[in-house]
Design a protein around this ligand. Sequence first.
Ligand SMILES: Nc1ncnc2c1ncn2[C@@H]1O[C@H](COP(=O)(O)OP(=O)(O)OP(=O)(O)O)[C@@H](O)[C@H]1O
Ligand SMILES: O=P(O)(O)OC[C@H]1O[C@H](OP(=O)(O)OP(=O)(O)O)[C@H](O)[C@@H]1O
Ligand SMILES: O=C(O)c1cccnc1
Length: 484
Amino acid sequence: MNTKKVISSLHTDFYQINMGNVYFNDGIHEKKSVFNVYFRKLPFGNGYAVFMGLRRVLEYLKNFHFTDEQLHYLRALGFKEDYLSYLSTMKFTGTVRSIAEGEICFANEPILTIEAPLIQAQWVETAILNIVNYQTLVATKASRIRHVAGNDVVMEFGTRRAQEESASLWGARASVLAGFDGTSNVQAGFQFELPLSGTHAHALVQAYGDELTAFRKYAETHQDCVFLVDTYDTLRSGVPNAIKVAKEFGEKIKFKGIRLDSGDLAYLSKEARKMLDEAGFTEAKIVASNDLDEETIIHLKMQGAKIDVWGIGTKNITCYDDPALGGVYKLAAIENEEGIIEDRIKISSNPIKTSTPSSKNLYRLYDKDNGHALVDVITTIDEKINENEPITLFDPTHTYLEQTFENFTVRCLLNEYVKDGVVIETYPSNEQIKKFNQDELTCFWEEIKRTQNPHNYYVDYSAQLYERKMNAIKVEREKIQKKK
Ligand SMILES: Nc1ncnc2c1ncn2[C@@H]1O[C@H](COP(=O)(O)OP(=O)(O)OP(=O)(O)O)[C@@H](O)[C@H]1O
Ligand SMILES: O=P(O)(O)OC[C@H]1O[C@H](OP(=O)(O)OP(=O)(O)O)[C@H](O)[C@@H]1O
Ligand SMILES: O=C(O)c1cccnc1
Protein backbone atom coordinates (compact mmCIF):
# COMPACT_ATOMS: atom_id res chain seq x y z
CA MET A 1 0.00 0.00 0.00
CA ASN A 2 1.32 3.37 -1.06
CA THR A 3 1.07 5.53 2.05
CA LYS A 4 1.66 9.21 1.28
CA LYS A 5 0.30 10.93 4.35
CA VAL A 6 -0.78 9.08 7.44
CA ILE A 7 -3.23 10.06 10.12
CA SER A 8 -1.75 11.00 13.49
CA SER A 9 -2.58 8.85 16.51
CA LEU A 10 -3.70 12.06 18.23
CA HIS A 11 -6.48 12.39 15.63
CA THR A 12 -8.97 11.34 18.30
CA ASP A 13 -11.35 12.91 20.80
CA PHE A 14 -9.95 13.83 24.19
CA TYR A 15 -12.50 11.62 25.93
CA GLN A 16 -11.02 8.51 24.29
CA ILE A 17 -7.65 9.29 25.94
CA ASN A 18 -9.37 9.92 29.26
CA MET A 19 -11.29 6.64 29.06
CA GLY A 20 -8.07 4.87 28.06
CA ASN A 21 -6.49 6.27 31.21
CA VAL A 22 -9.34 4.92 33.37
CA TYR A 23 -9.05 1.44 31.79
CA PHE A 24 -5.27 1.55 32.26
CA ASN A 25 -5.40 2.59 35.92
CA ASP A 26 -7.97 -0.12 36.61
CA GLY A 27 -5.98 -2.78 34.77
CA ILE A 28 -8.78 -3.60 32.27
CA HIS A 29 -7.17 -1.87 29.29
CA GLU A 30 -6.13 -5.10 27.59
CA LYS A 31 -9.46 -6.86 27.91
CA LYS A 32 -10.55 -8.09 24.53
CA SER A 33 -13.41 -5.94 23.28
CA VAL A 34 -15.63 -5.96 20.21
CA PHE A 35 -16.92 -2.79 18.57
CA ASN A 36 -19.20 -2.50 15.51
CA VAL A 37 -19.47 0.37 13.05
CA TYR A 38 -22.90 0.98 11.52
CA PHE A 39 -25.14 3.85 10.47
CA ARG A 40 -28.80 4.18 11.36
CA LYS A 41 -30.21 5.95 8.31
CA LEU A 42 -29.40 5.89 4.61
CA PRO A 43 -28.26 9.30 3.33
CA PHE A 44 -29.96 11.41 0.60
CA GLY A 45 -33.14 9.30 0.92
CA ASN A 46 -31.23 6.73 -1.13
CA GLY A 47 -32.15 3.04 -1.16
CA TYR A 48 -28.60 1.85 -0.46
CA ALA A 49 -25.16 3.16 0.50
CA VAL A 50 -21.74 2.45 -1.03
CA PHE A 51 -19.13 1.59 1.59
CA MET A 52 -15.80 3.40 1.28
CA GLY A 53 -12.90 4.29 3.58
CA LEU A 54 -11.38 0.92 4.40
CA ARG A 55 -8.09 1.60 2.63
CA ARG A 56 -7.46 4.69 4.73
CA VAL A 57 -8.55 2.93 7.92
CA LEU A 58 -5.97 0.22 7.21
CA GLU A 59 -3.24 2.80 6.54
CA TYR A 60 -4.13 4.50 9.81
CA LEU A 61 -4.11 1.32 11.91
CA LYS A 62 -0.89 0.08 10.33
CA ASN A 63 0.87 3.30 11.27
CA PHE A 64 -0.65 3.65 14.73
CA HIS A 65 2.08 4.72 17.17
CA PHE A 66 3.14 7.64 19.35
CA THR A 67 6.11 9.90 18.78
CA ASP A 68 8.12 11.45 21.61
CA GLU A 69 6.67 14.81 20.68
CA GLN A 70 3.10 13.52 20.99
CA LEU A 71 3.87 11.90 24.35
CA HIS A 72 5.40 15.15 25.49
CA TYR A 73 2.17 16.92 24.60
CA LEU A 74 0.11 14.33 26.52
CA ARG A 75 2.47 14.79 29.50
CA ALA A 76 1.80 18.52 29.40
CA LEU A 77 -1.93 17.74 29.46
CA GLY A 78 -1.38 16.05 32.82
CA PHE A 79 -1.23 12.34 31.97
CA LYS A 80 1.03 10.34 34.28
CA GLU A 81 4.32 8.63 33.43
CA ASP A 82 3.06 5.03 33.77
CA TYR A 83 0.26 5.67 31.26
CA LEU A 84 2.63 7.54 28.91
CA SER A 85 5.17 4.75 29.16
CA TYR A 86 2.46 2.24 28.16
CA LEU A 87 1.40 4.43 25.24
CA SER A 88 4.99 4.81 24.07
CA THR A 89 5.00 1.20 22.82
CA MET A 90 1.29 0.86 22.03
CA LYS A 91 0.51 -0.31 18.50
CA PHE A 92 -2.72 -1.60 17.03
CA THR A 93 -2.74 -5.35 17.70
CA GLY A 94 -6.39 -6.10 17.03
CA THR A 95 -8.39 -7.81 14.30
CA VAL A 96 -10.56 -5.94 11.80
CA ARG A 97 -13.34 -7.49 9.76
CA SER A 98 -14.98 -5.26 7.22
CA ILE A 99 -17.16 -5.23 4.16
CA ALA A 100 -15.21 -4.41 0.99
CA GLU A 101 -14.84 -0.94 -0.47
CA GLY A 102 -17.55 -0.53 -3.10
CA GLU A 103 -19.90 -2.92 -1.26
CA ILE A 104 -23.61 -2.05 -1.25
CA CYS A 105 -24.75 -1.69 2.34
CA PHE A 106 -27.76 -0.68 4.39
CA ALA A 107 -28.76 0.90 7.68
CA ASN A 108 -27.91 -0.96 10.89
CA GLU A 109 -25.57 -3.44 9.26
CA PRO A 110 -22.19 -4.06 10.92
CA ILE A 111 -20.00 -2.69 8.13
CA LEU A 112 -16.74 -2.85 10.07
CA THR A 113 -15.91 -4.63 13.30
CA ILE A 114 -12.91 -4.17 15.55
CA GLU A 115 -11.76 -6.79 18.05
CA ALA A 116 -8.91 -5.37 20.06
CA PRO A 117 -7.60 -4.64 23.55
CA LEU A 118 -10.11 -2.19 25.02
CA ILE A 119 -7.77 0.81 25.16
CA GLN A 120 -6.83 0.47 21.47
CA ALA A 121 -10.35 -0.13 20.22
CA GLN A 122 -11.55 2.88 22.20
CA TRP A 123 -8.79 5.16 20.94
CA VAL A 124 -9.33 4.49 17.24
CA GLU A 125 -13.09 5.13 17.23
CA THR A 126 -12.86 8.78 16.25
CA ALA A 127 -10.55 8.37 13.27
CA ILE A 128 -12.40 5.33 11.95
CA LEU A 129 -15.76 7.12 12.08
CA ASN A 130 -14.23 10.26 10.57
CA ILE A 131 -12.93 8.26 7.61
CA VAL A 132 -15.83 5.89 7.02
CA ASN A 133 -18.59 8.46 7.52
CA TYR A 134 -17.19 10.89 4.97
CA GLN A 135 -15.98 8.47 2.34
CA THR A 136 -19.14 6.33 2.45
CA LEU A 137 -21.27 9.45 2.17
CA VAL A 138 -19.44 10.77 -0.92
CA ALA A 139 -19.38 7.34 -2.54
CA THR A 140 -23.14 7.09 -2.05
CA LYS A 141 -23.73 10.55 -3.51
CA ALA A 142 -21.49 9.74 -6.48
CA SER A 143 -23.34 6.47 -7.01
CA ARG A 144 -26.67 8.35 -7.23
CA ILE A 145 -25.16 10.72 -9.81
CA ARG A 146 -23.69 7.83 -11.79
CA HIS A 147 -27.09 6.11 -11.73
CA VAL A 148 -28.99 9.02 -13.33
CA ALA A 149 -26.16 9.80 -15.78
CA GLY A 150 -26.54 6.33 -17.33
CA ASN A 151 -23.67 5.66 -19.71
CA ASP A 152 -22.55 9.31 -20.00
CA VAL A 153 -19.08 10.29 -18.84
CA VAL A 154 -19.02 11.83 -15.33
CA MET A 155 -16.00 13.80 -14.12
CA GLU A 156 -15.23 14.86 -10.54
CA PHE A 157 -14.46 18.63 -10.39
CA GLY A 158 -15.01 19.39 -6.69
CA THR A 159 -11.57 20.00 -5.16
CA ARG A 160 -11.92 23.78 -4.88
CA ARG A 161 -15.15 23.45 -2.92
CA ALA A 162 -14.35 20.43 -0.76
CA GLN A 163 -13.96 20.68 3.01
CA GLU A 164 -10.18 21.08 2.71
CA GLU A 165 -7.40 19.02 1.23
CA SER A 166 -7.88 15.47 2.49
CA ALA A 167 -11.64 15.61 1.84
CA SER A 168 -11.00 16.58 -1.78
CA LEU A 169 -8.40 13.85 -2.17
CA TRP A 170 -10.25 10.94 -0.61
CA GLY A 171 -13.57 12.29 -1.89
CA ALA A 172 -12.21 12.20 -5.43
CA ARG A 173 -11.11 8.59 -4.91
CA ALA A 174 -14.47 7.61 -3.39
CA SER A 175 -16.33 9.23 -6.31
CA VAL A 176 -14.29 7.49 -8.97
CA LEU A 177 -14.50 4.10 -7.27
CA ALA A 178 -18.27 4.52 -6.90
CA GLY A 179 -18.76 5.21 -10.60
CA PHE A 180 -17.26 8.50 -11.82
CA ASP A 181 -14.87 8.23 -14.76
CA GLY A 182 -12.09 10.48 -13.49
CA THR A 183 -11.16 13.53 -11.47
CA SER A 184 -9.52 16.92 -11.98
CA ASN A 185 -7.54 16.47 -8.72
CA VAL A 186 -3.94 15.87 -9.80
CA GLN A 187 -2.73 14.67 -6.40
CA ALA A 188 -5.56 12.11 -6.36
CA GLY A 189 -4.46 10.99 -9.83
CA PHE A 190 -0.86 10.68 -8.62
CA GLN A 191 -1.56 9.09 -5.26
CA PHE A 192 -4.35 6.69 -6.23
CA GLU A 193 -3.67 6.21 -9.93
CA LEU A 194 -7.05 7.64 -10.91
CA PRO A 195 -7.80 8.85 -14.46
CA LEU A 196 -7.37 12.64 -14.77
CA SER A 197 -9.15 15.06 -17.00
CA GLY A 198 -9.22 18.82 -17.49
CA THR A 199 -10.46 21.53 -19.82
CA HIS A 200 -9.59 25.17 -19.12
CA ALA A 201 -11.08 28.01 -17.07
CA HIS A 202 -12.49 31.43 -17.97
CA ALA A 203 -9.17 32.90 -16.79
CA LEU A 204 -7.42 31.67 -19.95
CA VAL A 205 -9.84 33.60 -22.14
CA GLN A 206 -9.77 36.61 -19.82
CA ALA A 207 -5.97 36.58 -19.73
CA TYR A 208 -5.79 37.00 -23.52
CA GLY A 209 -8.82 39.30 -23.50
CA ASP A 210 -9.85 37.69 -26.75
CA GLU A 211 -11.54 34.28 -27.05
CA LEU A 212 -10.19 33.37 -30.48
CA THR A 213 -6.60 34.06 -29.45
CA ALA A 214 -7.05 32.09 -26.23
CA PHE A 215 -8.41 29.03 -28.07
CA ARG A 216 -5.58 29.25 -30.65
CA LYS A 217 -2.94 29.49 -27.91
CA TYR A 218 -4.46 26.49 -26.14
CA ALA A 219 -4.45 24.52 -29.40
CA GLU A 220 -0.79 25.38 -30.00
CA THR A 221 0.12 23.77 -26.66
CA HIS A 222 -2.35 20.92 -26.28
CA GLN A 223 -3.37 18.02 -28.51
CA ASP A 224 -6.68 17.31 -26.75
CA CYS A 225 -8.85 20.42 -26.89
CA VAL A 226 -12.08 21.13 -25.04
CA PHE A 227 -12.85 24.85 -25.29
CA LEU A 228 -14.84 26.63 -22.59
CA VAL A 229 -17.32 28.65 -24.63
CA ASP A 230 -19.32 30.77 -22.17
CA THR A 231 -16.91 33.56 -21.20
CA TYR A 232 -18.61 36.24 -23.32
CA ASP A 233 -21.50 34.84 -25.34
CA THR A 234 -21.90 31.09 -25.80
CA LEU A 235 -23.75 30.91 -29.11
CA ARG A 236 -22.58 34.12 -30.77
CA SER A 237 -18.92 33.96 -29.80
CA GLY A 238 -17.84 30.83 -27.88
CA VAL A 239 -19.12 28.02 -30.10
CA PRO A 240 -18.27 29.79 -33.42
CA ASN A 241 -14.74 30.49 -32.16
CA ALA A 242 -14.28 26.89 -31.02
CA ILE A 243 -15.39 25.67 -34.47
CA LYS A 244 -13.12 28.17 -36.20
CA VAL A 245 -10.03 27.06 -34.26
CA ALA A 246 -10.91 23.37 -34.71
CA LYS A 247 -11.09 23.91 -38.48
CA GLU A 248 -7.88 25.99 -38.57
CA PHE A 249 -5.85 23.39 -36.67
CA GLY A 250 -7.46 20.37 -38.36
CA GLU A 251 -5.43 17.21 -37.85
CA LYS A 252 -2.89 19.03 -35.67
CA ILE A 253 -5.20 18.76 -32.66
CA LYS A 254 -7.87 16.42 -31.37
CA PHE A 255 -10.90 18.66 -31.08
CA LYS A 256 -12.69 16.85 -28.28
CA GLY A 257 -15.49 19.35 -27.80
CA ILE A 258 -16.74 22.32 -25.81
CA ARG A 259 -17.69 23.04 -22.20
CA LEU A 260 -20.78 24.97 -21.09
CA ASP A 261 -20.57 26.41 -17.58
CA SER A 262 -23.52 28.82 -17.28
CA GLY A 263 -26.93 29.71 -18.63
CA ASP A 264 -29.69 27.34 -19.71
CA LEU A 265 -27.71 24.17 -20.23
CA ALA A 266 -30.57 22.38 -22.02
CA TYR A 267 -31.14 25.13 -24.58
CA LEU A 268 -27.47 25.96 -25.06
CA SER A 269 -26.43 22.33 -25.45
CA LYS A 270 -29.10 21.71 -28.10
CA GLU A 271 -28.12 24.81 -30.05
CA ALA A 272 -24.40 24.09 -29.71
CA ARG A 273 -24.96 20.49 -30.88
CA LYS A 274 -26.64 21.75 -34.06
CA MET A 275 -23.79 24.17 -34.73
CA LEU A 276 -21.10 21.52 -34.14
CA ASP A 277 -22.90 18.98 -36.33
CA GLU A 278 -23.44 21.48 -39.13
CA ALA A 279 -19.72 22.25 -39.04
CA GLY A 280 -18.99 18.53 -39.40
CA PHE A 281 -17.86 17.96 -35.80
CA THR A 282 -20.39 15.25 -35.01
CA GLU A 283 -17.93 13.48 -32.73
CA ALA A 284 -17.20 16.58 -30.63
CA LYS A 285 -18.61 16.20 -27.13
CA ILE A 286 -20.50 18.71 -25.04
CA VAL A 287 -19.31 18.95 -21.45
CA ALA A 288 -21.56 20.68 -18.92
CA SER A 289 -20.75 21.99 -15.46
CA ASN A 290 -22.29 24.47 -12.99
CA ASP A 291 -23.61 23.23 -9.68
CA LEU A 292 -24.86 19.97 -11.16
CA ASP A 293 -26.23 17.06 -9.17
CA GLU A 294 -28.52 14.08 -9.77
CA GLU A 295 -31.64 16.26 -9.61
CA THR A 296 -30.42 18.74 -12.26
CA ILE A 297 -29.13 15.93 -14.47
CA ILE A 298 -32.57 14.27 -14.42
CA HIS A 299 -34.21 17.58 -15.41
CA LEU A 300 -31.70 18.34 -18.13
CA LYS A 301 -32.18 14.88 -19.60
CA MET A 302 -35.97 15.36 -19.47
CA GLN A 303 -35.52 18.55 -21.50
CA GLY A 304 -33.54 16.66 -24.12
CA ALA A 305 -30.25 18.37 -23.31
CA LYS A 306 -27.44 17.24 -25.62
CA ILE A 307 -24.84 16.79 -22.90
CA ASP A 308 -22.29 13.99 -23.21
CA VAL A 309 -20.01 14.67 -20.24
CA TRP A 310 -21.04 15.88 -16.79
CA GLY A 311 -18.51 17.83 -14.69
CA ILE A 312 -19.62 17.54 -11.06
CA GLY A 313 -18.08 19.59 -8.26
CA THR A 314 -19.59 21.21 -5.18
CA LYS A 315 -22.79 19.22 -4.77
CA ASN A 316 -21.02 15.86 -4.85
CA ILE A 317 -17.80 16.45 -2.93
CA THR A 318 -19.50 18.36 -0.10
CA CYS A 319 -22.53 16.03 -0.06
CA TYR A 320 -24.47 19.26 -0.17
CA ASP A 321 -27.99 17.99 0.54
CA ASP A 322 -27.10 15.61 3.40
CA PRO A 323 -23.70 16.58 4.74
CA ALA A 324 -23.12 13.96 7.47
CA LEU A 325 -23.52 10.22 7.63
CA GLY A 326 -24.42 9.30 11.19
CA GLY A 327 -22.17 6.27 11.43
CA VAL A 328 -21.59 5.10 15.01
CA TYR A 329 -19.11 2.82 16.77
CA LYS A 330 -20.63 0.74 19.55
CA LEU A 331 -19.27 -1.70 22.09
CA ALA A 332 -20.95 -5.05 21.45
CA ALA A 333 -19.00 -7.45 23.69
CA ILE A 334 -16.12 -7.57 26.14
CA GLU A 335 -14.03 -10.17 27.94
CA ASN A 336 -15.29 -10.90 31.47
CA GLU A 337 -13.29 -11.86 34.54
CA GLU A 338 -13.16 -15.50 33.42
CA GLY A 339 -11.77 -14.50 30.04
CA ILE A 340 -15.07 -15.21 28.26
CA ILE A 341 -16.42 -12.66 25.75
CA GLU A 342 -19.69 -11.36 27.16
CA ASP A 343 -22.40 -9.39 25.33
CA ARG A 344 -22.90 -5.69 26.05
CA ILE A 345 -25.84 -3.49 25.11
CA LYS A 346 -26.82 0.19 25.19
CA ILE A 347 -30.54 0.53 25.87
CA SER A 348 -32.58 3.46 24.64
CA SER A 349 -36.28 4.33 24.73
CA ASN A 350 -35.86 4.81 20.98
CA PRO A 351 -35.65 1.22 19.59
CA ILE A 352 -33.39 2.38 16.72
CA LYS A 353 -30.85 3.60 19.28
CA THR A 354 -30.77 0.38 21.31
CA SER A 355 -27.56 -1.32 20.22
CA THR A 356 -27.31 -4.97 19.23
CA PRO A 357 -24.86 -7.00 21.31
CA SER A 358 -22.33 -9.67 20.39
CA SER A 359 -19.76 -10.31 17.68
CA LYS A 360 -21.62 -10.48 14.40
CA ASN A 361 -21.53 -11.66 10.87
CA LEU A 362 -23.32 -10.29 7.83
CA TYR A 363 -24.64 -12.37 4.95
CA ARG A 364 -26.43 -11.58 1.69
CA LEU A 365 -28.88 -14.05 0.19
CA TYR A 366 -29.37 -14.09 -3.60
CA ASP A 367 -32.12 -15.70 -5.65
CA LYS A 368 -30.53 -18.86 -7.09
CA ASP A 369 -32.44 -18.47 -10.39
CA ASN A 370 -31.86 -14.81 -11.29
CA GLY A 371 -29.06 -13.67 -8.97
CA HIS A 372 -31.12 -10.90 -7.38
CA ALA A 373 -30.25 -9.87 -3.83
CA LEU A 374 -33.12 -10.98 -1.58
CA VAL A 375 -32.21 -9.99 1.95
CA ASP A 376 -29.22 -9.23 4.19
CA VAL A 377 -28.96 -11.17 7.43
CA ILE A 378 -27.11 -10.12 10.55
CA THR A 379 -26.15 -13.15 12.61
CA THR A 380 -24.00 -13.97 15.59
CA ILE A 381 -20.35 -14.53 14.67
CA ASP A 382 -20.35 -18.31 14.63
CA GLU A 383 -23.57 -18.87 12.67
CA LYS A 384 -23.37 -20.33 9.18
CA ILE A 385 -26.19 -20.14 6.67
CA ASN A 386 -26.86 -23.36 4.84
CA GLU A 387 -27.92 -22.78 1.21
CA ASN A 388 -29.69 -26.12 1.15
CA GLU A 389 -32.08 -25.41 3.99
CA PRO A 390 -34.95 -22.89 4.10
CA ILE A 391 -34.28 -20.04 6.50
CA THR A 392 -36.84 -18.00 8.42
CA LEU A 393 -35.87 -14.42 9.19
CA PHE A 394 -37.70 -11.52 10.73
CA ASP A 395 -37.55 -7.78 10.81
CA PRO A 396 -35.66 -6.72 13.94
CA THR A 397 -38.11 -3.99 14.97
CA HIS A 398 -41.37 -5.36 13.54
CA THR A 399 -40.94 -9.01 14.39
CA TYR A 400 -44.33 -9.98 12.91
CA LEU A 401 -42.70 -9.33 9.51
CA GLU A 402 -41.39 -12.85 9.11
CA GLN A 403 -40.19 -14.39 5.86
CA THR A 404 -38.92 -17.80 4.87
CA PHE A 405 -36.36 -18.00 2.07
CA GLU A 406 -35.33 -21.01 0.02
CA ASN A 407 -33.58 -21.58 -3.30
CA PHE A 408 -30.87 -19.04 -2.53
CA THR A 409 -27.12 -18.65 -2.62
CA VAL A 410 -25.32 -16.89 0.19
CA ARG A 411 -22.27 -14.61 0.50
CA CYS A 412 -20.54 -13.53 3.70
CA LEU A 413 -19.95 -9.76 3.46
CA LEU A 414 -17.49 -9.31 6.31
CA ASN A 415 -13.89 -10.35 5.71
CA GLU A 416 -10.73 -10.10 7.76
CA TYR A 417 -8.39 -7.27 6.72
CA VAL A 418 -6.26 -7.08 9.88
CA LYS A 419 -5.34 -10.14 11.94
CA ASP A 420 -3.75 -9.53 15.35
CA GLY A 421 -2.38 -6.20 14.16
CA VAL A 422 -1.08 -7.45 10.81
CA VAL A 423 -2.71 -5.72 7.85
CA ILE A 424 -3.32 -7.87 4.74
CA GLU A 425 -0.69 -7.29 2.09
CA THR A 426 -2.70 -7.32 -1.08
CA TYR A 427 -5.48 -4.84 -1.52
CA PRO A 428 -7.96 -4.79 -4.44
CA SER A 429 -7.05 -2.51 -7.36
CA ASN A 430 -9.20 0.47 -8.38
CA GLU A 431 -10.53 -1.53 -11.31
CA GLN A 432 -11.47 -4.43 -9.03
CA ILE A 433 -13.27 -2.13 -6.57
CA LYS A 434 -15.13 -0.30 -9.36
CA LYS A 435 -16.14 -3.54 -11.05
CA PHE A 436 -17.20 -5.14 -7.80
CA ASN A 437 -19.37 -2.09 -7.05
CA GLN A 438 -21.01 -2.05 -10.48
CA ASP A 439 -21.53 -5.83 -10.58
CA GLU A 440 -23.04 -5.87 -7.13
CA LEU A 441 -25.43 -3.03 -8.04
CA THR A 442 -26.78 -5.11 -10.90
CA CYS A 443 -28.00 -7.64 -8.30
CA PHE A 444 -30.42 -5.09 -6.83
CA TRP A 445 -33.87 -4.33 -8.21
CA GLU A 446 -34.36 -0.96 -9.91
CA GLU A 447 -36.95 -0.16 -7.22
CA ILE A 448 -34.12 -0.03 -4.68
CA LYS A 449 -31.80 2.01 -6.91
CA ARG A 450 -34.16 4.79 -7.96
CA THR A 451 -33.08 8.12 -6.47
CA GLN A 452 -36.50 9.14 -5.16
CA ASN A 453 -38.62 7.15 -2.68
CA PRO A 454 -36.85 3.84 -3.25
CA HIS A 455 -38.16 0.56 -1.82
CA ASN A 456 -36.78 -0.64 1.48
CA TYR A 457 -34.33 -3.51 1.11
CA TYR A 458 -34.72 -6.15 3.82
CA VAL A 459 -32.08 -6.33 6.54
CA ASP A 460 -33.07 -9.02 9.02
CA TYR A 461 -31.71 -10.69 12.14
CA SER A 462 -31.17 -14.37 12.59
CA ALA A 463 -33.30 -15.87 15.35
CA GLN A 464 -30.14 -16.45 17.39
CA LEU A 465 -29.03 -12.81 17.23
CA TYR A 466 -32.52 -11.61 18.10
CA GLU A 467 -32.55 -13.91 21.13
CA ARG A 468 -29.14 -12.59 22.23
CA LYS A 469 -30.42 -9.03 22.02
CA MET A 470 -33.58 -9.80 24.01
CA ASN A 471 -31.49 -11.64 26.58
CA ALA A 472 -29.08 -8.70 26.96
CA ILE A 473 -32.03 -6.35 27.51
CA LYS A 474 -33.43 -8.76 30.13
CA VAL A 475 -30.09 -9.00 31.95
CA GLU A 476 -29.80 -5.20 32.19
CA ARG A 477 -33.41 -4.87 33.37
CA GLU A 478 -32.86 -7.50 36.06
CA LYS A 479 -29.77 -5.66 37.30
CA ILE A 480 -31.84 -2.51 37.71
CA GLN A 481 -34.65 -4.44 39.49
CA LYS A 482 -32.14 -5.94 41.94
CA LYS A 483 -30.77 -2.52 42.81
CA LYS A 484 -34.25 -1.17 43.69
N1 LIG B 1 -32.29 23.85 -18.38
C1 LIG B 1 -32.04 23.77 -17.10
N2 LIG B 1 -32.89 23.11 -16.28
C2 LIG B 1 -32.66 23.02 -14.97
N3 LIG B 1 -31.58 23.54 -14.36
C3 LIG B 1 -30.68 24.18 -15.13
C4 LIG B 1 -30.86 24.32 -16.51
N4 LIG B 1 -29.80 25.01 -17.00
C5 LIG B 1 -28.99 25.28 -15.95
N5 LIG B 1 -29.49 24.78 -14.82
C6 LIG B 1 -28.95 24.83 -13.46
O1 LIG B 1 -29.45 26.02 -12.89
C7 LIG B 1 -28.49 26.63 -12.05
C8 LIG B 1 -28.19 28.03 -12.57
O2 LIG B 1 -27.50 28.73 -11.60
P1 LIG B 1 -27.00 30.20 -11.76
O3 LIG B 1 -28.17 31.09 -11.99
O4 LIG B 1 -26.12 30.51 -10.58
O5 LIG B 1 -26.07 30.04 -13.00
P2 LIG B 1 -25.92 30.84 -14.32
O6 LIG B 1 -27.16 31.52 -14.76
O7 LIG B 1 -25.40 29.88 -15.26
O8 LIG B 1 -24.84 31.94 -13.98
P3 LIG B 1 -23.34 31.90 -13.44
O9 LIG B 1 -22.83 30.51 -13.33
O10 LIG B 1 -22.59 32.70 -14.47
O11 LIG B 1 -23.43 32.59 -12.11
C9 LIG B 1 -27.27 25.72 -12.07
O12 LIG B 1 -27.33 24.84 -10.97
C10 LIG B 1 -27.44 24.95 -13.38
O13 LIG B 1 -26.84 23.68 -13.33
O1 LIG C 1 -20.08 23.98 -10.33
P1 LIG C 1 -19.43 22.81 -9.65
O2 LIG C 1 -20.28 21.58 -9.70
O3 LIG C 1 -18.94 23.14 -8.29
O4 LIG C 1 -18.14 22.40 -10.55
C1 LIG C 1 -16.91 23.01 -10.46
C2 LIG C 1 -16.95 24.44 -10.93
O5 LIG C 1 -15.67 24.95 -10.77
C3 LIG C 1 -15.45 25.88 -11.80
O6 LIG C 1 -16.10 27.06 -11.50
P2 LIG C 1 -15.39 28.32 -10.88
O7 LIG C 1 -14.61 28.00 -9.65
O8 LIG C 1 -14.63 28.99 -11.95
O9 LIG C 1 -16.62 29.19 -10.45
P3 LIG C 1 -17.94 29.62 -11.20
O10 LIG C 1 -17.95 28.98 -12.57
O11 LIG C 1 -19.01 29.13 -10.30
O12 LIG C 1 -17.86 31.10 -11.28
C4 LIG C 1 -16.12 25.19 -12.99
O13 LIG C 1 -16.35 26.11 -13.99
C5 LIG C 1 -17.34 24.58 -12.40
O14 LIG C 1 -18.46 25.40 -12.55
O1 LIG D 1 -11.23 20.80 -16.03
C1 LIG D 1 -12.23 21.45 -15.81
O2 LIG D 1 -12.99 21.81 -16.72
C2 LIG D 1 -12.57 21.85 -14.40
C3 LIG D 1 -11.81 21.48 -13.35
C4 LIG D 1 -12.15 21.86 -12.07
C5 LIG D 1 -13.25 22.63 -11.86
N1 LIG D 1 -14.00 22.99 -12.90
C6 LIG D 1 -13.67 22.62 -14.15
